[in-house]
Each structure stands twice: as structure tokens, then as C-alpha cells.
Design a binder for this molecule. Structure first.
Ligand code: ZN
Length: 143
């Protein structure tokens, strides 16, 4: 079974909890034991497992910003400065780099009809180039 979740992000960088939607799809599938493949078909977004706590979400967003801000000093232009070269054509190099670093997919297990995850482990779409419409593909396999 393959399904799509549609999401509208509202910020440039944003974490959107999609755990409920994925758990609903697991229940709907009727699969008791198997694998859930969660994939964001985007090169400027990713999938993250973390706790859904407001301060922690802000910490993540700050980490993401710090990871890329030092690489693109203000006023420096690619290709001769230290700025991102991709920004010459698209102005979203940071989004692609964070998406690739975080990863665009996760695999989770289903046991006794439930998604196996820690109490403080929710599934997020990580938006790095919003606001825009996103989709997450969820493939559920028996086995
Ligand atoms: Zn781009």
C-alpha cells in the first residue's frame, strides 16, 4: 500500500509533526507486522525523528540555521567568494544542503499493528524552503 500525505508549510524552516497521519495509515493498512517507508520526494525538505516539544523544535531550527549560516557570509558572492554557488541560480543552496544532510526518508517497523517508536519520538517533515505545498509518500509493506 502506498499513500501520500499533503502538507502546507508556513515558514521557510519549519518542523511539521506527521506522526498521527502515518499511524492512521498503518491502522488503515491492516498490516500487523511489517515496514513503513516514509519518503519526502523533495530536495529541499527532509524527514526527522525527534520529540515534539516546542523548545526542542526551536533548538533544531537554530541548529539548522547555524549549520549553514557560517558557510555563506553576508556580502560574499559565489563563485569567487565564500558564498553558495547554487544561490547564483536558485537562492536556496542552504535548503538543498540541509535536506541532503538530514535525509529524505526513514524506515520504521510495525509490530502487532502498531508503529514501533519511542514515547518521545515523533515523525516530522522538516521544511527548509517554505512556505510551499509538500507531500510525503508512505509505503507500508507486510513482512
Ligand atoms: Zn535550488
Amino acid at each position: 500500500m502506498m499513500k501520500e500525505i499533503s502538507i502546507s508549510s508556513k515558514e521557510r524552516y519549519q518542523l511539521i509533526d506527521i506522526t498521527g497521519e502515518i499511524e492512521n495509515l498503518v491502522v488503515e493498512s491492516g498490516v500487523r507486522e511489517g515496514i513503513v517507508f516514509v519518503f519526502a520526494p523533495h530536495s529541499t525538505a527532509g524527514i526527522l525523528l525527534t520529540e515534539n516539544e516546542e523548545n526542542l523544535k526551536e533548538d533544531w531550527l537554530e541548529l539548522f540555521e547555524k549549520l549553514v549560516s557560517g558557510l555563506n557570509p553576508e556580502g560574499e558572492q559565489a563563485p569567487y567568494g565564500a558564498g553558495f554557488k547554487h544561490n547564483l541560480i536558485d537562492d536556496n543552496a542552504d535548503s538543498h544542503l540541509l535536506s541532503g544532510l538530514l535525509g529524505q526518508e526513514r524506515v520504521l517497523l510495525i509490530e502487532n499493528g502498531n508503529l514501533i517508536r519511542g514515547t518521545w519520538q515523533q515523525i516530522f517533515l522538516a521544511e527548509f524552503d517554505g512556505p510551499r505545498r509538500r507531500k510525503v509518500i508512505v509505503k507500508i509493506l507486510k513482512g
